[in-house]
Write a protein that binds this ligand. Structure first.
Ligand SMILES: *Cc1c(COP(=O)(O)O)cnc(C)c1O
Length: 367
């Protein structure tokens, strides 16, 4: 089977050693397996720079969205009101979850090109005492925007609100002092910057929040409290867990350490992301958002207008050369996206940008 390198924001290209761990069949109640689950839970708290006496981690079956929905629908009760800050599709998805859960909320939506104005967040908090929770996406995968969760956390702490962060596409790829930044609950998943394979999400939350969520969930399978209780008892998952994925994830954490930890991985991502944008700018392809707002994980690019550009054509051209890229998700502009997380190195970035440049040149020559 032909192997492609994925320039997508997850699933992403994993190492062969991560994939190799999935050759073993494990049973779920065995002590060896439970000790792997325990190790992963401890590692996640350490990566998040959280004190294990104050925070705990919960692994949850399903993709990242399942983890966000588990947290949102379990932590926010009928007396709560959430302020959802959104500037992309993933932020809006959280609003949809609140609708399904029939929970009260107010939205502060920004244009997808902008990050949030802290003064406006303050206005929402000043004007509405009923707000109990603030929810935001850290790296908005729609555009590649990196929202400043440290600053928002400071503000929510000042107002004594609970702060929930969807750090799906950023956690593990950029240093995050979760506790110091006053993040009360953070959600991410196995197949993003920790570079595992898809199959589960995880929630890192304050113990007192988890305690308080007892009996609040709106669904059985996504009940965060029940899942946490079962894991706290003896590191056993409720219901069937994705055993192969868990083994692969433990290896992925080990490889994150081997790379030099989150800081070293961040430097690799940042370098490759900058190189990608710089090389594409040379052939007239510009990023959708301002450089100062750009995350090091994924970039949204505008279609070039000096050639008769066709995304599907370019996609096939690049795929034939071993790389898979990602369509855009914006309704107001024609865009495509390139992720640079996963086992992607400078050579890969040079290769893919070279292929894109050749494609553009062919279009120019044909004109
Ligand atoms: C990937 C991602 C999710 C979760 O998506 P799934 O397809 O459910 O894994 C949520 N939020 C953000 C910001 C993401 O990048």
């Amino acid at each position: 089977m032909k192997q492609y390198k994925l320039l997508t924001p997850g699933p992403l290209t994993t190492t062969s050693s991560v994939k190799a761990k999935m050759q073993v069949d494990h049973c779920t109640w065995d002590d060896d397996y439970k000790s792997i689950t325990r190790w992963i839970r401890e590692q996640l708290l350490a990566l998040a720079q959280c004190d294990a006496n104050q925070y705990s981690s919960v692994l949850m079956q399903g993709s990242g969205t399942f983890g966000v929905e588990s947290a949102v629908s379990s932590l926010i009760n009928p007396d709560s009101k959430a302020l959802v800050l959104h500037n992309g599709v993933y932020g809006k998805r959280i609003v949809t979850m609140l609708k399904y859960a029939k929970r009260d909320y107010v939205e502060y939506g920004e244009d997808y090109k902008n990050t949030f104005d802290l003064d406006k967040v303050r206005e929402y908090l000043d004007q509405d005492d009923a707000i109990t929770h603030v929810i935001v996406v850290h790296s908005e995968t729609t555009t590649g925007m990196l929202n400043d969760v440290e600053a928002i956390g400071k503000l929510t702490h000042e107002y004594n609100k609970t702060f929930i962060v969807d750090a799906m596409s950023s956690f593990g790829g950029i240093p995050m002092a979760v506790q110091d930044w006053h993040i009360d609950c953070l959600i991410s998943s196995a197949n993003k910057c920790i570079q595992g394979v898809p199959g589960f999400s995880f929630i890192i939350a304050k113990r007192d929040l988890l305690e308080a969520s007892k009996g609040q969930a709106t669904t059985l399978s996504l009940d965060l409290y029940d899942q946490w209780q079962e894991l706290e008892k003896d590191n056993k998952w409720r219901f069937t867990s994705p055993t192969h994925v868990v083994l692969a994830f433990a290896q992925a954490i080990q490889e994150l350490h081997d790379e030099g930890g989150i800081e070293a991985r961040y430097q690799r991502y940042k370098h490759n992301n900058q190189l990608m944008r710089q090389e594409l700018a040379k052939c007239g392809i510009r990023a959708y958002i301002d450089e100062s707002l750009q995350s090091p994980f994924i970039t949204t690019f505008m279609f070039p207008d000096h050639v008769p550009f066709n995304f599907k054509d370019m996609y096939e051209y690049i795929k034939a050369r071993g790389f898979v890229i990602y369509p855009g998700k914006l309704t107001d502009a024609d865009t495509f996206r390139l992720g640079n997380i996963g086992e992607i190195y400078e050579e890969d970035v040079r290769n893919v940008t070279h292929h894109i440049a050749s494609y553009i040149k062919e279009l120019q020559d044909a004109k």
